[in-house]
Design a protein. Structure first.
Length: 367
């Protein structure tokens, strides 16, 4: 317990400062974050690129995909799907899926895995051609998918395949084997605690309810450690620094001080990805900024209140609203929305134009 509890303003400044660290090299930034959530939608760029552009020197859209094979990172499941440092894999694998395959599916999966082992790095189109007889089945979001495509996903999730690289955004797989893990109760508990440490390091400071929710999401990346993760959460007060602020318990890494004066905000305006660590926790977002941010990409257009892919607009320590961006004939267009009164004056206009110019360079729209 801290000697003196921080107030909500100090927690907000701390959250921004610790996440928006000084831009560094790409591999270093990913290691410092611990996890970068991925999303295939481009509006105007993929979420992982929008997250990294604030934290990597001279970052350009698509750079993560281009440099992935040389970075010592992996595409895998954590609390969501995304990118992790390779050294985190022993915490997640060998992974036991919640749902067992039936005999037919296991047979098809074994055939497909052997095909990849024999052929080396394998593009999904090669698999579809070789296993068209597997047929199709309903997809998660409606429609139908090739059975072989779903088997690739399943083998990747189970740790039998890894993403070698991407070709034009499509995952190219190769076979992989993870060493057996110490399955003793103490070792399992230690792995669950280490995973929760990554969560706290990425998203702190966290209200207790948010930490509990993220603990449940660890069941995606480590379903075999669900009970151990819950135990780690129950012991959070013994593991992390914490304080009661405005009637809620908040957690953060034990060696950090939210009340430090070094967390002073700068005057930079930033457009953040919907899954950026600063805005990911919608519960915390409301506590910090007093309004509800909505991700409406999958909401029918007529029911949207913020737009298709609203990027939260952070200026200094204040979240004034959001922006929707699009590229038309090589020109970046923007539309702004505000949670309250829109900022006025030359300072805001200059800060906004500087961020839009950074976005143009990031997207490669400048000659």
């Amino acid at each position: 317990m801290s000697k003196k509890s921080p107030d909500i303003n100090q927690l907000r400044r701390y959250a921004i400062a610790r996440s928006l660290f000084k831009p560094t090299a790409l591999g270093t930034a990913i290691k410092r974050l611990g996890f970068v959530q991925a999303d295939p939608m481009r509006a105007p760029a993929r979420a992982q690129d929008l997250i990294l552009r604030h934290r990597v020197r001279d970052y350009r859209a698509g750079e993560l995909e281009r440099r992935y094979p040389r970075l010592g990172i992996e595409e895998d499941c954590f609390v969501n799907y995304g990118f992790l440092p390779r050294e985190a894999l022993p915490l997640l694998h060998p992974r036991t899926a919640r749902r067992e395959w039936d005999a037919k599916t296991r047979r098809h999966a074994a055939e497909l895995l052997e095909f990849v082992r024999q052929h080396g790095p394998t593009h999904p189109t090669d698999v579809l051609e070789a296993f068209s007889h597997h047929g199709r089945q309903p997809g998660y979001w409606g429609g139908e998918l090739n059975v072989s495509t779903q088997l690739l996903d399943g083998l990747h999730y189970r740790g039998l395949l890894r993403v070698k690289r991407r070709d034009g955004g499509t995952r190219v797989y190769e076979a992989v084997e993870h060493p057996p893990a110490d399955d003793s109760p103490a070792a399992r508990q230690a792995r669950a605690e280490a995973l929760l440490d990554i969560v706290v390091a990425l998203y702190a400071p966290l209200p207790a309810a948010s930490l509990g929710y993220l603990t449940s999401l660890l069941g995606y990346g480590a379903p075999h450690l669900r009970m151990e993760a819950r135990q780690a959460f129950r012991q959070a007060k013994a593991r992390y620094a914490h304080a009661s602020v405005d009637g809620q318990t908040w957690f953060w890494p034990a060696d950090e001080n939210p009340a430090s004066r070094r967390h002073a905000p700068d005057a930079t305006l930033r457009l953040l990805a919907p899954f950026d660590p600063i805005v990911w926790d919608r519960r915390r977002f409301v506590r910090f900024w007093g309004w509800t941010y909505k991700f409406e990409a999958y909401t029918p257009a007529a029911k949207r209140t913020m737009g298709h892919y609203a990027l939260p607009l952070l200026w200094g320590e204040h979240m004034h609203g959001w922006a929707n961006l699009r590229v038309e004939k090589g020109v970046l267009k923007h539309e702004l929305g505000f949670a309250g009164a829109s900022p006025r004056g030359a300072a805001f206009k200059a800060a906004l134009e500087e961020e839009l110019q950074r976005m143009r360079v990031f997207l490669g729209l400048e000659r």
